[in-house]
Design a protein around this ligand. Structure first.
Ligand code: GRF
Length: 219
């Protein structure tokens, strides 16, 4: 499925109305931690209203609890379809007045129900320089392809897997003696810097989407 809601120039010039975030996770939650840390040190003016995981044992849930953030486990296997699952997530987000959804290692595809509930208001972070190496195992893909530079990307989520408008990217060199673990660790450092910065840009407004392009608009 593709999504072309961003194709109208000037379709969004202001940021979301509130600064209430939801973070969706499936595992470790280090990017969630980066957002928590940026909020607590004052570099990101936002509130995490809810952390939702599709896995009850996601380590990131503990990070949220430690930070006093509400958590919710919604196991996708308990829902008959993706549409039902996405609708349930959307309801939970709406009831908490969430305006921006941050996917942070959330290992589920986002379907039309959730995309329609949060148009241009779902972000994802991906450990490659998109459009190179979308999908799973991006760091392994990059290493095996033999690229000399990889990195991290924050993009707006659309119906195209890892294909939405790019908000920010950061480069990371690939070394001759790299392993997947070493490269992943180096990219992760950039992810943790990039994600709070991208969220800040989105919340502050002054941007629009023109086709695939995310364009910042001067005041
Ligand atoms: C990160 O590499 C992110 O780019 C990818 O999944 C990983 C999640 O890591 N989407 P964490 O759970 O945030 O530590």
């Amino acid at each position: 499925m593709t999504d072309d809601r961003g194709s109208e120039p000037g379709s969004r010039v202001a940021g979301p109305a509130s600064r209430r975030l939801a973070v969706l996770i499936s595992g470790r939650g280090s990017n969630l931690q980066a957002l928590i840390d940026a909020i607590s040190n004052g570099s990101l003016n936002a509130t995490i209203a809810i952390v939702i995981s599709n896995k009850a044992d996601a380590a990131g849930l503990e990070r949220a609890r430690d930070a006093g953030v509400e958590t919710l486990v919604l196991d996708h296997r308990a829902y008959p379809s993706r549409a039902d699952y996405d609708t349930a997530i959307a309801q939970e987000l709406r009831s908490r007045q969430v305006s921006l959804v941050c996917l942070a290692g959330f290992m589920r595809l986002i379907g039309p129900k959730l995309l329609e509930a949060f148009p241009q208001a779902i972000l994802n972070i991906h450990p490659s320089l998109l459009p190179a190496f979308p999908g799973v195992d991006a760091q392994r893909q990059a290493l095996e392809h033999g690229v000399k530079i990889s990195g991290a990307t924050v993009h707006i989520v659309t119906g195209e897997l890892d294909g939405g408008p790019i908000v920010l990217q950061s480069t990371v060199p690939v070394r001759d003696d790299d392993t997947v673990d070493l490269l992943s660790a180096r990219i992760l450092i950039e992810e943790h810097r990039l994600y709070p910065e991208a969220v800040r840009i989105i919340l502050n407004g002054g941007w629009r989407v023109d086709g695939r392009r995310f364009i910042r608009t001067p005041d």
